[in-house]
Design a protein around this ligand. Sequence first.
Ligand code: ATP
Ligand code: MG
Length: 454
Amino acid sequence: MKILDQPEDSSPAISYAGLIEKIEILRSTLRWSSRLERADIEKLLRQASTLRDEVMQMSHKERFVQAAATADPEGQADLSRAARREALLARSFIFEGTFGDNPKLLEALEIAEKAAPTDLPVLIDGESGTGKELMAKVIHANGGRADKPFISVNCGAIPENLLESELFGHRKGAFTGAVGDRKGKFESAHTGTIFLDEIGELPLPGQVKLLRVLEAHEIQRVGSDEPIAVDTRIVAATNRNLRKLSEQGIFREDLFYRLSVIHVTLPPLRERRDEIPLLFSYFGDEAAGMLKRRPVRLTPRLRDFLLTYAYPGNIRELRNVMYRISCLAGDIADIEHLPLDVRPVEHMPSAAAAAFAPPMNGEAGGVSNLLSLSDAKRAASDEAEKAFLQRGLREVGGTVAELARRVDMNRSHLQMLLKKHGLHSKDFRHPQPARGVVHKSNVNDADDGEADAL
Ligand SMILES: Nc1ncnc2c1ncn2[C@@H]1O[C@H](COP(=O)(O)OP(=O)(O)OP(=O)(O)O)[C@@H](O)[C@H]1O
Ligand SMILES: [Mg+2]
Protein backbone atom coordinates (compact mmCIF):
# COMPACT_ATOMS: atom_id res chain seq x y z
CA MET A 1 0.00 0.00 0.00
CA LYS A 2 1.91 2.91 -1.31
CA ILE A 3 -0.10 5.62 0.40
CA LEU A 4 0.38 4.12 3.82
CA ASP A 5 4.09 4.41 3.34
CA GLN A 6 4.03 8.03 2.26
CA PRO A 7 5.84 10.45 4.53
CA GLU A 8 3.16 12.08 6.69
CA ASP A 9 4.35 15.65 6.49
CA SER A 10 3.45 16.98 3.10
CA SER A 11 5.86 18.87 0.93
CA PRO A 12 5.48 22.64 1.21
CA ALA A 13 5.45 23.02 -2.57
CA ILE A 14 1.90 22.09 -3.51
CA SER A 15 0.91 21.57 -7.12
CA TYR A 16 -2.26 20.33 -8.77
CA ALA A 17 -0.33 17.44 -10.33
CA GLY A 18 1.04 16.46 -6.94
CA LEU A 19 -2.39 16.61 -5.38
CA ILE A 20 -3.99 14.53 -8.10
CA GLU A 21 -1.30 11.92 -7.75
CA LYS A 22 -1.89 11.68 -4.01
CA ILE A 23 -5.66 11.43 -4.51
CA GLU A 24 -5.19 8.68 -7.11
CA ILE A 25 -2.99 6.69 -4.75
CA LEU A 26 -5.55 7.12 -1.98
CA ARG A 27 -8.32 5.93 -4.31
CA SER A 28 -6.45 2.87 -5.49
CA THR A 29 -5.55 1.98 -1.90
CA LEU A 30 -9.21 2.03 -0.98
CA ARG A 31 -10.27 0.19 -4.15
CA TRP A 32 -7.89 -2.76 -3.81
CA SER A 33 -7.75 -3.30 -0.09
CA SER A 34 -10.12 -6.01 1.04
CA ARG A 35 -9.62 -5.26 4.71
CA LEU A 36 -8.10 -2.36 6.61
CA GLU A 37 -6.90 -2.35 10.18
CA ARG A 38 -7.97 0.52 12.42
CA ALA A 39 -4.40 1.87 12.45
CA ASP A 40 -4.38 1.94 8.64
CA ILE A 41 -7.71 3.72 8.59
CA GLU A 42 -6.34 6.37 10.96
CA LYS A 43 -3.33 6.81 8.73
CA LEU A 44 -5.50 7.19 5.63
CA LEU A 45 -7.69 9.69 7.45
CA ARG A 46 -4.66 11.77 8.39
CA GLN A 47 -3.49 11.71 4.79
CA ALA A 48 -6.95 12.69 3.55
CA SER A 49 -6.96 15.60 6.04
CA THR A 50 -3.58 16.77 4.78
CA LEU A 51 -4.89 16.61 1.23
CA ARG A 52 -7.96 18.63 2.19
CA ASP A 53 -5.78 21.29 3.85
CA GLU A 54 -3.57 21.49 0.80
CA VAL A 55 -6.57 21.90 -1.49
CA MET A 56 -7.91 24.63 0.79
CA GLN A 57 -4.59 26.42 0.76
CA MET A 58 -4.40 26.22 -3.00
CA SER A 59 -7.93 27.42 -3.52
CA HIS A 60 -7.23 30.30 -1.19
CA LYS A 61 -4.14 31.18 -3.14
CA GLU A 62 -6.07 30.99 -6.40
CA ARG A 63 -8.73 33.28 -5.05
CA PHE A 64 -6.13 35.80 -4.00
CA VAL A 65 -4.54 35.77 -7.40
CA GLN A 66 -7.82 35.83 -9.33
CA ALA A 67 -9.38 38.58 -7.25
CA ALA A 68 -6.23 40.67 -7.38
CA ALA A 69 -6.13 40.26 -11.16
CA THR A 70 -9.78 41.36 -11.47
CA ALA A 71 -9.25 44.38 -9.26
CA ASP A 72 -5.92 45.32 -10.77
CA PRO A 73 -5.92 44.22 -14.41
CA GLU A 74 -2.87 46.33 -15.18
CA GLY A 75 -0.86 44.45 -12.55
CA GLN A 76 -0.08 47.70 -10.72
CA ALA A 77 -0.61 46.27 -7.22
CA ASP A 78 1.84 47.36 -4.57
CA LEU A 79 4.70 44.90 -4.92
CA SER A 80 5.72 44.92 -1.31
CA ARG A 81 2.21 43.89 -0.29
CA ALA A 82 2.16 41.11 -2.83
CA ALA A 83 5.57 39.98 -1.65
CA ARG A 84 4.49 39.95 2.01
CA ARG A 85 1.35 37.99 1.21
CA GLU A 86 3.26 35.56 -0.97
CA ALA A 87 5.83 35.11 1.79
CA LEU A 88 3.11 34.13 4.24
CA LEU A 89 1.74 31.65 1.70
CA ALA A 90 5.17 30.25 1.04
CA ARG A 91 5.64 29.66 4.75
CA SER A 92 2.39 27.61 4.65
CA PHE A 93 0.58 30.15 6.78
CA ILE A 94 -3.05 29.13 7.24
CA PHE A 95 -5.36 32.08 6.54
CA GLU A 96 -8.59 30.36 7.56
CA GLY A 97 -10.36 32.47 4.92
CA THR A 98 -8.84 35.79 6.00
CA PHE A 99 -8.66 37.88 2.91
CA GLY A 100 -6.94 41.12 2.08
CA ASP A 101 -3.52 42.65 1.67
CA ASN A 102 -3.74 46.04 3.33
CA PRO A 103 -0.48 46.73 5.20
CA LYS A 104 -2.34 47.00 8.51
CA LEU A 105 -3.98 43.64 7.99
CA LEU A 106 -0.71 42.08 6.82
CA GLU A 107 0.95 43.39 9.96
CA ALA A 108 -1.75 41.77 12.10
CA LEU A 109 -1.30 38.48 10.20
CA GLU A 110 2.46 38.60 10.60
CA ILE A 111 2.07 39.14 14.36
CA ALA A 112 -0.39 36.24 14.44
CA GLU A 113 2.11 34.07 12.60
CA LYS A 114 4.81 34.73 15.19
CA ALA A 115 2.44 34.44 18.16
CA ALA A 116 0.73 31.24 17.00
CA PRO A 117 3.42 28.67 17.87
CA THR A 118 3.90 30.15 21.35
CA ASP A 119 1.46 29.73 24.20
CA LEU A 120 1.49 33.46 25.00
CA PRO A 121 -1.90 35.06 25.60
CA VAL A 122 -3.11 37.24 22.73
CA LEU A 123 -5.51 40.17 22.95
CA ILE A 124 -7.25 41.12 19.71
CA ASP A 125 -9.06 44.41 19.51
CA GLY A 126 -10.96 46.17 16.78
CA GLU A 127 -14.43 47.41 15.95
CA SER A 128 -17.33 45.04 15.48
CA GLY A 129 -17.08 42.98 12.30
CA THR A 130 -13.35 43.56 11.70
CA GLY A 131 -12.55 39.84 11.97
CA LYS A 132 -11.48 39.35 15.60
CA GLU A 133 -12.92 35.85 15.91
CA LEU A 134 -11.48 34.92 12.54
CA MET A 135 -8.06 36.12 13.70
CA ALA A 136 -8.37 34.02 16.86
CA LYS A 137 -9.00 30.99 14.63
CA VAL A 138 -5.98 31.90 12.51
CA ILE A 139 -3.80 31.93 15.63
CA HIS A 140 -5.20 28.57 16.72
CA ALA A 141 -4.82 27.01 13.27
CA ASN A 142 -1.18 28.06 12.92
CA GLY A 143 -0.10 26.82 16.33
CA GLY A 144 0.78 23.46 17.75
CA ARG A 145 -2.74 23.02 19.15
CA ALA A 146 -4.45 23.16 15.76
CA ASP A 147 -5.93 19.67 16.01
CA LYS A 148 -7.11 20.27 19.58
CA PRO A 149 -10.33 22.03 20.59
CA PHE A 150 -11.00 25.72 19.89
CA ILE A 151 -13.61 26.78 22.41
CA SER A 152 -15.31 30.13 22.01
CA VAL A 153 -16.96 31.88 24.97
CA ASN A 154 -18.92 35.10 24.66
CA CYS A 155 -18.25 36.76 28.01
CA GLY A 156 -20.91 39.37 27.35
CA ALA A 157 -23.66 36.83 26.82
CA ILE A 158 -23.39 34.81 30.04
CA PRO A 159 -25.55 35.95 32.98
CA GLU A 160 -23.33 36.95 35.91
CA ASN A 161 -24.67 34.24 38.23
CA LEU A 162 -23.83 31.49 35.70
CA LEU A 163 -20.46 32.80 34.64
CA GLU A 164 -18.32 30.82 37.04
CA SER A 165 -20.11 27.58 36.31
CA GLU A 166 -19.91 28.21 32.54
CA LEU A 167 -16.19 28.86 32.63
CA PHE A 168 -15.08 26.41 35.32
CA GLY A 169 -17.89 23.85 35.57
CA HIS A 170 -19.68 22.68 38.70
CA ARG A 171 -20.19 19.70 40.97
CA LYS A 172 -23.55 18.04 41.34
CA GLY A 173 -25.65 19.91 43.94
CA ALA A 174 -23.39 23.01 43.95
CA PHE A 175 -26.50 25.15 43.43
CA THR A 176 -30.18 24.67 42.68
CA GLY A 177 -30.39 23.17 39.23
CA ALA A 178 -26.92 21.60 39.30
CA VAL A 179 -28.29 18.10 38.77
CA GLY A 180 -25.02 16.54 37.72
CA ASP A 181 -21.29 17.25 37.47
CA ARG A 182 -20.52 19.52 34.53
CA LYS A 183 -17.33 20.49 32.76
CA GLY A 184 -16.71 24.19 32.15
CA LYS A 185 -15.32 25.82 29.01
CA PHE A 186 -11.76 25.84 30.35
CA GLU A 187 -11.78 22.09 30.87
CA SER A 188 -13.32 21.59 27.43
CA ALA A 189 -10.49 23.67 25.96
CA HIS A 190 -7.81 21.62 27.76
CA THR A 191 -4.79 21.19 25.43
CA GLY A 192 -6.46 23.56 22.96
CA THR A 193 -7.39 27.23 22.80
CA ILE A 194 -10.08 29.15 24.65
CA PHE A 195 -11.35 32.26 22.88
CA LEU A 196 -12.72 34.77 25.38
CA ASP A 197 -14.84 37.05 23.21
CA GLU A 198 -16.07 40.42 24.46
CA ILE A 199 -13.69 40.18 27.39
CA GLY A 200 -14.41 43.84 28.25
CA GLU A 201 -17.90 42.74 29.35
CA LEU A 202 -16.57 40.31 31.97
CA PRO A 203 -17.75 41.49 35.42
CA LEU A 204 -15.10 42.19 38.07
CA PRO A 205 -15.61 38.95 40.09
CA GLY A 206 -15.13 36.93 36.88
CA GLN A 207 -11.98 38.94 36.13
CA VAL A 208 -10.49 37.96 39.51
CA LYS A 209 -11.14 34.27 38.83
CA LEU A 210 -9.73 34.49 35.33
CA LEU A 211 -6.58 36.09 36.67
CA ARG A 212 -6.16 33.13 39.01
CA VAL A 213 -6.38 30.68 36.11
CA LEU A 214 -3.80 32.65 34.19
CA GLU A 215 -1.44 32.58 37.15
CA ALA A 216 -1.94 29.04 38.45
CA HIS A 217 -3.07 27.20 35.30
CA GLU A 218 -5.71 25.45 37.31
CA ILE A 219 -9.43 25.79 37.92
CA GLN A 220 -11.90 24.68 40.54
CA ARG A 221 -15.38 23.60 39.64
CA VAL A 222 -18.12 25.46 41.54
CA GLY A 223 -18.86 23.46 44.70
CA SER A 224 -15.49 21.68 44.72
CA ASP A 225 -12.18 22.40 46.42
CA GLU A 226 -10.25 20.12 44.17
CA PRO A 227 -7.93 22.00 41.79
CA ILE A 228 -7.92 20.73 38.20
CA ALA A 229 -4.88 21.52 36.07
CA VAL A 230 -5.77 23.05 32.70
CA ASP A 231 -3.41 23.60 29.82
CA THR A 232 -5.27 26.13 27.72
CA ARG A 233 -4.01 28.83 25.42
CA ILE A 234 -5.92 32.06 25.94
CA VAL A 235 -6.94 34.39 23.12
CA ALA A 236 -9.23 37.26 24.10
CA ALA A 237 -11.04 39.85 22.01
CA THR A 238 -12.79 43.12 22.61
CA ASN A 239 -14.23 46.03 20.69
CA ARG A 240 -13.67 48.30 23.70
CA ASN A 241 -10.58 50.13 24.84
CA LEU A 242 -9.42 47.96 27.75
CA ARG A 243 -6.73 50.41 28.78
CA LYS A 244 -9.38 53.10 29.20
CA LEU A 245 -11.68 50.68 31.02
CA SER A 246 -8.90 49.86 33.43
CA GLU A 247 -8.26 53.58 34.05
CA GLN A 248 -11.96 53.85 34.89
CA GLY A 249 -11.70 50.88 37.28
CA ILE A 250 -14.07 48.74 35.15
CA PHE A 251 -11.36 46.34 34.00
CA ARG A 252 -8.52 45.10 36.21
CA GLU A 253 -5.23 46.52 35.06
CA ASP A 254 -3.28 43.39 36.07
CA LEU A 255 -5.62 41.24 33.96
CA PHE A 256 -5.24 43.61 31.03
CA TYR A 257 -1.45 43.23 31.12
CA ARG A 258 -1.70 39.45 31.55
CA LEU A 259 -4.01 39.09 28.55
CA SER A 260 -2.24 41.49 26.24
CA VAL A 261 1.24 40.00 26.16
CA ILE A 262 0.70 39.99 22.41
CA HIS A 263 -1.65 42.69 21.21
CA VAL A 264 -3.19 42.58 17.74
CA THR A 265 -5.32 45.48 16.52
CA LEU A 266 -7.55 44.98 13.50
CA PRO A 267 -8.16 48.12 11.46
CA PRO A 268 -11.72 49.15 10.58
CA LEU A 269 -12.66 48.77 6.94
CA ARG A 270 -12.68 52.56 6.43
CA GLU A 271 -8.93 52.48 7.11
CA ARG A 272 -8.36 49.77 4.51
CA ARG A 273 -10.64 51.07 1.77
CA ASP A 274 -8.10 49.94 -0.82
CA GLU A 275 -9.24 46.37 -0.09
CA ILE A 276 -12.91 47.01 -0.82
CA PRO A 277 -12.77 46.12 -4.56
CA LEU A 278 -10.96 42.87 -3.72
CA LEU A 279 -13.52 42.09 -1.06
CA PHE A 280 -16.34 42.63 -3.59
CA SER A 281 -14.80 39.96 -5.81
CA TYR A 282 -14.03 37.64 -2.94
CA PHE A 283 -17.44 37.72 -1.25
CA GLY A 284 -19.21 37.97 -4.63
CA ASP A 285 -17.52 34.68 -5.61
CA GLU A 286 -18.19 33.13 -2.25
CA ALA A 287 -21.88 34.08 -2.35
CA ALA A 288 -22.16 32.83 -5.94
CA GLY A 289 -20.69 29.48 -4.90
CA MET A 290 -23.07 29.22 -1.99
CA LEU A 291 -26.13 30.28 -3.96
CA LYS A 292 -25.11 28.22 -6.99
CA ARG A 293 -25.30 31.14 -9.37
CA ARG A 294 -22.95 33.23 -11.49
CA PRO A 295 -21.14 36.00 -9.59
CA VAL A 296 -23.29 39.12 -9.58
CA ARG A 297 -22.07 42.21 -11.45
CA LEU A 298 -22.50 45.70 -10.03
CA THR A 299 -23.78 48.70 -11.97
CA PRO A 300 -21.23 51.55 -11.99
CA ARG A 301 -23.44 53.66 -9.70
CA LEU A 302 -23.81 50.82 -7.16
CA ARG A 303 -20.09 50.17 -7.28
CA ASP A 304 -19.28 53.86 -6.80
CA PHE A 305 -21.67 54.04 -3.89
CA LEU A 306 -20.28 50.91 -2.22
CA LEU A 307 -16.71 52.12 -2.67
CA THR A 308 -17.43 55.24 -0.63
CA TYR A 309 -19.93 53.83 1.86
CA ALA A 310 -18.81 54.03 5.53
CA TYR A 311 -19.39 50.34 6.53
CA PRO A 312 -20.03 50.87 10.24
CA GLY A 313 -20.37 47.07 10.49
CA ASN A 314 -16.99 46.62 8.74
CA ILE A 315 -16.23 43.41 6.84
CA ARG A 316 -19.27 41.61 8.19
CA GLU A 317 -21.48 44.32 6.71
CA LEU A 318 -19.72 44.26 3.34
CA ARG A 319 -20.03 40.47 3.26
CA ASN A 320 -23.73 40.66 4.12
CA VAL A 321 -24.31 43.25 1.39
CA MET A 322 -22.65 41.00 -1.20
CA TYR A 323 -24.69 37.98 -0.11
CA ARG A 324 -27.88 40.03 -0.14
CA ILE A 325 -27.41 41.47 -3.61
CA SER A 326 -26.27 38.08 -4.92
CA CYS A 327 -29.52 36.63 -3.64
CA LEU A 328 -31.86 39.39 -4.75
CA ALA A 329 -30.41 40.61 -8.04
CA GLY A 330 -30.35 38.93 -11.42
CA ASP A 331 -27.10 39.16 -13.38
CA ILE A 332 -26.58 42.81 -12.46
CA ALA A 333 -27.19 44.41 -9.07
CA ASP A 334 -28.13 48.03 -8.59
CA ILE A 335 -28.87 50.41 -5.72
CA GLU A 336 -32.40 49.02 -5.34
CA HIS A 337 -30.93 45.71 -4.15
CA LEU A 338 -29.28 47.30 -1.13
CA PRO A 339 -30.91 47.18 2.29
CA LEU A 340 -32.94 50.33 2.94
CA ASP A 341 -30.77 51.60 5.76
CA VAL A 342 -27.68 51.40 3.55
CA ARG A 343 -29.23 52.95 0.45
CA PRO A 344 -28.75 56.64 -0.33
CA VAL A 345 -31.99 58.41 0.67
CA GLU A 346 -32.72 59.58 -2.88
CA HIS A 347 -33.00 55.92 -3.95
CA MET A 348 -35.41 54.78 -1.23
CA PRO A 349 -39.04 54.07 -2.06
CA SER A 350 -40.97 57.16 -1.00
CA ALA A 351 -42.64 55.57 2.04
CA ALA A 352 -39.40 54.22 3.48
CA ALA A 353 -37.42 57.34 2.55
CA ALA A 354 -39.68 59.32 4.84
CA ALA A 355 -38.56 57.16 7.73
CA PHE A 356 -34.84 57.49 7.02
CA ALA A 357 -34.64 61.06 5.76
CA PRO A 358 -33.45 63.71 8.21
CA PRO A 359 -36.20 66.20 9.16
CA MET A 360 -36.42 69.19 6.84
CA ASN A 361 -35.45 72.58 8.26
CA GLY A 362 -38.34 74.00 10.20
CA GLU A 363 -40.42 70.87 9.64
CA ALA A 364 -43.12 70.86 12.25
CA GLY A 365 -44.07 67.83 14.27
CA GLY A 366 -40.68 65.96 14.04
CA VAL A 367 -41.06 62.17 14.05
CA SER A 368 -44.83 62.43 14.34
CA ASN A 369 -44.85 63.55 10.69
CA LEU A 370 -42.78 60.57 9.63
CA LEU A 371 -43.67 56.99 9.04
CA SER A 372 -43.85 54.80 12.15
CA LEU A 373 -41.03 52.28 12.68
CA SER A 374 -43.35 49.38 11.97
CA ASP A 375 -44.50 51.02 8.69
CA ALA A 376 -40.88 51.50 7.69
CA LYS A 377 -40.13 47.85 8.48
CA ARG A 378 -43.14 46.72 6.48
CA ALA A 379 -42.06 48.85 3.50
CA ALA A 380 -38.57 47.32 3.65
CA SER A 381 -39.87 43.78 3.93
CA ASP A 382 -42.38 44.30 1.08
CA GLU A 383 -39.63 45.57 -1.09
CA ALA A 384 -37.36 42.62 -0.34
CA GLU A 385 -40.27 40.25 -1.05
CA LYS A 386 -40.90 41.89 -4.42
CA ALA A 387 -37.23 41.77 -5.40
CA PHE A 388 -37.08 38.09 -4.41
CA LEU A 389 -40.13 37.25 -6.55
CA GLN A 390 -38.79 39.21 -9.53
CA ARG A 391 -35.49 37.39 -9.36
CA GLY A 392 -37.22 34.03 -8.98
CA LEU A 393 -39.50 34.69 -11.96
CA ARG A 394 -36.54 35.73 -14.06
CA GLU A 395 -34.72 32.53 -13.17
CA VAL A 396 -37.60 30.25 -14.06
CA GLY A 397 -38.53 32.23 -17.17
CA GLY A 398 -41.88 33.24 -15.72
CA THR A 399 -43.08 29.70 -14.92
CA VAL A 400 -45.04 30.15 -11.73
CA ALA A 401 -45.46 26.44 -11.04
CA GLU A 402 -41.69 25.95 -11.26
CA LEU A 403 -41.01 28.90 -8.98
CA ALA A 404 -43.53 27.57 -6.44
CA ARG A 405 -41.71 24.24 -6.53
CA ARG A 406 -38.25 25.80 -6.16
CA VAL A 407 -39.14 28.03 -3.23
CA ASP A 408 -41.30 25.34 -1.70
CA MET A 409 -44.39 27.50 -1.59
CA ASN A 410 -48.02 26.76 -2.18
CA ARG A 411 -48.84 27.89 -5.72
CA SER A 412 -51.98 29.82 -4.89
CA HIS A 413 -50.14 31.66 -2.13
CA LEU A 414 -47.43 32.54 -4.61
CA GLN A 415 -50.10 33.81 -7.04
CA MET A 416 -51.48 36.02 -4.30
CA LEU A 417 -48.05 37.49 -3.62
CA LEU A 418 -47.48 38.16 -7.33
CA LYS A 419 -50.82 39.92 -7.48
CA LYS A 420 -50.04 41.94 -4.38
CA HIS A 421 -46.87 43.26 -6.04
CA GLY A 422 -48.44 43.71 -9.48
CA LEU A 423 -46.07 41.18 -11.04
CA HIS A 424 -47.09 39.27 -14.18
CA SER A 425 -45.35 36.02 -14.96
CA LYS A 426 -45.60 36.64 -18.72
CA ASP A 427 -43.31 39.66 -18.34
CA PHE A 428 -40.55 37.26 -17.32
CA ARG A 429 -40.94 34.68 -20.07
CA HIS A 430 -37.81 33.74 -21.95
CA PRO A 431 -37.86 34.59 -25.66
CA GLN A 432 -39.81 32.00 -27.67
CA PRO A 433 -37.64 29.18 -29.08
CA ALA A 434 -37.28 28.75 -32.82
CA ARG A 435 -40.28 27.20 -34.56
CA GLY A 436 -40.46 23.44 -34.30
CA VAL A 437 -38.48 23.27 -31.09
CA VAL A 438 -40.53 22.31 -28.05
CA HIS A 439 -39.26 24.16 -25.01
CA LYS A 440 -40.01 22.67 -21.65
CA SER A 441 -41.22 25.94 -20.11
CA ASN A 442 -43.92 26.15 -22.79
CA VAL A 443 -45.62 23.18 -21.20
CA ASN A 444 -46.66 25.38 -18.31
CA ASP A 445 -47.46 28.50 -20.28
CA ALA A 446 -51.18 28.02 -20.47
CA ASP A 447 -51.15 27.10 -16.87
CA ASP A 448 -49.43 30.31 -15.89
CA GLY A 449 -51.51 32.49 -18.13
CA GLU A 450 -54.50 31.22 -16.26
CA ALA A 451 -52.71 31.74 -12.96
CA ASP A 452 -51.86 35.31 -13.91
CA ALA A 453 -55.50 36.06 -14.30
CA LEU A 454 -56.21 34.99 -10.74
N1 ATP B 1 -10.15 39.75 6.39
C1 ATP B 1 -11.25 39.02 6.23
N2 ATP B 1 -11.36 38.23 5.15
C2 ATP B 1 -12.47 37.50 4.95
N3 ATP B 1 -13.53 37.48 5.77
C3 ATP B 1 -13.47 38.26 6.86
C4 ATP B 1 -12.33 39.04 7.16
N4 ATP B 1 -12.56 39.69 8.32
C5 ATP B 1 -13.79 39.33 8.73
N5 ATP B 1 -14.33 38.47 7.86
C6 ATP B 1 -15.67 37.89 7.94
O1 ATP B 1 -16.52 38.89 8.49
C7 ATP B 1 -17.41 38.33 9.43
C8 ATP B 1 -17.18 38.96 10.79
O2 ATP B 1 -15.92 38.52 11.33
P1 ATP B 1 -15.73 38.21 12.89
O3 ATP B 1 -16.92 37.52 13.45
O4 ATP B 1 -14.42 37.53 13.04
O5 ATP B 1 -15.69 39.72 13.43
P2 ATP B 1 -15.60 40.24 14.91
O6 ATP B 1 -14.58 41.30 14.91
O7 ATP B 1 -15.43 39.09 15.85
O8 ATP B 1 -17.05 40.91 15.09
P3 ATP B 1 -17.85 41.20 16.47
O9 ATP B 1 -17.05 42.22 17.23
O10 ATP B 1 -19.13 41.80 15.97
O11 ATP B 1 -18.01 39.91 17.17
C9 ATP B 1 -17.17 36.83 9.43
O12 ATP B 1 -18.06 36.25 8.51
C10 ATP B 1 -15.75 36.72 8.92
O13 ATP B 1 -15.53 35.47 8.30
MG1 MG C 1 -16.76 38.40 17.40
